[in-house]
Design a protein around this ligand. Structure first.
Ligand code: FES
Ligand code: FES
Length: 178
């Protein structure tokens, strides 16, 4: 479940147009950009780093499509300012595959038919990666807690749950998260 991370706050006032020098390690690479201080992490990644795998749907913290890992924890990147990730580590869906080899979660989503439009899929995979890292064999409650912030409007959740459970079973524990 992506956290709304109150310690990271919500979006700044759109009127805040001062420039912030953002420095952050994204997918293992130090990135530096001059951004309006009100830029969310979601838009910093998509619009300023060409990392468009992370999706923005509601941009209100309701759907989880924008989930990324911030210092290893899942967050809704639409609710986090880039400035609040200064010198942090961010992991996005782009870091999950290794070259042409899909991450086991991606593999199992594909095999289970757990994606239709695919808009929710990157966020689901990042949330699932965080869940399995913390709970390699999640109880039903842990599973629910870990995934309840991620909404899929197309598939229902059976195939998604199956894909995550299969990934957990077939990957040496704990599943690798970049
Ligand atoms: S786009 Fe961030 S929670 Fe929906
Ligand atoms: S596959 Fe379309 S929203 Fe989940």
């Amino acid at each position: 479940m992506p956290e709304n991370v109150s310690e990271h706050g919500g979006a700044a006032s759109p009127a805040d147009d001062s420039i912030w020098h953002w420095r952050c390690k994204v997918n293992g690479q130090i990135i530096e950009r001059d951004l309006p201080a009100s830029t969310t992490l979601l838009h910093a990644l998509r619009d300023h780093c060409s990392l468009t795998g992370t999706k923005g749907a509601c941009e209100e913290g309701e759907c989880g499509s924008c989930t990324v890992l911030l210092d290893g924890a899942p967050v809704n990147s639409c609710l986090v300012l880039a400035a609040q990730t200064q010198d942090c580590q961010v992991t996005t869906i782009e870091a999950m595959a290794s070259g042409r080899k899909l991450h086991i979660l991606q593999d199992k989503f594909l095999a289970a038919g757990a994606a239709q439009c695919g808009y929710c899929t990157p966020g689901l995979i990042m949330a699932a990666a965080a869940l399995l890292k913390q709970h390699p064999d999640p109880t039903p409650d842990e599973f629910l807690q870990g995934m309840e912030g991620n909404i899929c409007r197309c598939t229902g959740y059976k195939a998604i749950s199956e894909a995550i459970r299969q990934a957990a079973q077939e990957w040496p524990t704990p599943p690798e998260v970049p």
